[in-house]
Design a protein around this ligand. Structure first.
Ligand code: PMP
Length: 386
């Protein structure tokens, strides 16, 4: 039965395979006995391997154990969880924060607390899968609006039954397109139509905004958007997620959010690593400066070569290819030329928009990026993308 289903996936070039590496993540990695340039990680600031971050994880693991033992409501909260939450709340300038084991779980857990049966959710067409699943699980009616189109959101708000509880759901920085949600417009609509806005800033945290507080800082919307979620597994180099917001919301989540209540708390080492990463991010601001310099260098290089990029304004630089088969062929050629940047295909992105999702980090050197551009040109010609 599974063989038949796998064959069907293969017929549409939609088979996924795990790629085994033999080194830590970083600007280059060891794959099949050779060094390749990695251009697909979300470790935007290189903090997953930063000595201070690794040390914090080791120390917390030695002190508090490899695992948390149970859900925090069952076996108590360890200091690394509390320390991380107060560090996040201070950084994000909110009353409080709550850690989740992953961003996926946070989205499943928060949306259902914000809205339920009888409510209406308006979600961006390109929202992350975990947001979509959270919307489905909530039991609310779920409508999709055109990507980043606040006029469409307004049209849907006008049409709803008066007084119906409504939640607008969006990524801050879109994971597969690298562009931003129109947060000022969405926040204004939420206010005008008495709706709630929920922002997933998984990719914006550490990357966007003057001090890395994310997409909400980028738009100077902190007072208008009182809570949001983000992840610890991307620019913060660790694993897990957080919701930052008013104390009442956090207390409500502790009391009702099933993916918080019914899962083992994240490992203490991961919490300590993320807290250390927040510190490094703030005392090494040059990392973000290098990230943006690399973003400019690489996006200009790709455009000069003639690649079609999305309207990205971030270190996520997707190259639009077309069919899944073309994207796979391109990714294979890239790997043959020493660059790892896998094809992203449906259902992760809409049909016909398969792509190579390139991400640059602060840790890529100019030489590595220039070497990668040569690989993109050669692979693009061989795969017929250029
Ligand atoms: N939201 C967005 C926008 C994401 O890109 C991701 C991860 N790819 C998640 C949530 C899920 O986060 P996690 O990996 O921590 O489960």
């Amino acid at each position: 039965m599974f063989r038949h289903k796998l064959d069907q996936l293969a017929a549409h070039s939609l088979t996924r395979r795990l790629t085994g590496l033999s080194s830590a993540t970083g600007p280059t990695v060891q794959f099949s006995g050779r060094r390749v340039i990695l251009l697909s990680s979300n470790d935007y600031l290189g903090l997953a391997t930063h000595p201070e971050v690794v040390q914090a994880s080791v120390e917390a693991t030695q002190r508090y154990g490899a695992g948390a033992g149970a859900s925090r409501l069952v076996s108590g909260t360890l200091p690394p969880h509390q320390e991380l939450e107060s560090t996040i709340a201070a950084f994000k300038q909110t009353d409080a924060a709550l850690a989740f084991s992953s961003g996926y779980l946070a989205n499943l857990g928060v949306i259902g607390c914000l809205i339920g049966r009888g409510g209406l959710i308006l979600a961006d067409r390109l929202c992350h899968a975990s947001l979509i699943d959270g919307c489905r699980l909530s039991g609310a009616t779920f409508r999709v609006y055109r990507h980043a189109d606040s006029a469409h959101v307004e049209a849907l708000l006008r049409r709803r039954q008066p007084g119906r509880p409504t939640l607008i759901v969006t990524d801050g920085l879109f994971s597969m397109d690298g562009d931003l949600a129109p947060l000022p417009e969405l926040a204004a609509l939420a206010r005008r139509y008495d709706a709630t806005l929920y922002v997933d800033d998984a990719h914006g945290t550490g990357v966007m905004g003057e001090t890395g507080r994310g997409t909400i800082e980028h738009f100077a919307m902190e007072s208008a958007i009182p809570f949001h979620m983000g992840t610890l597994g991307k620019a913060l180099g660790s694993s897990g997620a957080y919701v930052a917001g008013p104390q009442d919301l956090i207390d409500y989540l502790i009391n009702t959010s099933r993916p918080f209540i019914f899962t083992t708390a994240p490992p203490p080492g991961a919490m300590a690593a993320a807290a250390a990463a927040l510190g490094v991010m703030q005392h090494e601001p040059d990392r973000r400066a290098r990230l943006w310099a690399n973003q400019r260098r690489f996006s200009e290089g790709l455009r000069r070569l003639g690649f079609r990029l999305t309207a990205s304004v971030s270190p996520i630089l997707p190259l639009l290819v077309g069919t899944a088969a073309q994207a796979i062929a391109f990714a294979e050629q890239l790997l043959a030329h020493g660059v790892m940047a896998p094809a992203i295909r449906p259902p992760t992105v809409p049909d016909g928009t398969s792509r190579i999702r390139v991400t640059v980090t602060s840790e890529h050197t100019a030489d590595q990026l220039d070497e990668a551009l040569v690989a993109f040109e050669r692979a693009g010609r061989t795969a017929g993308v250029l």
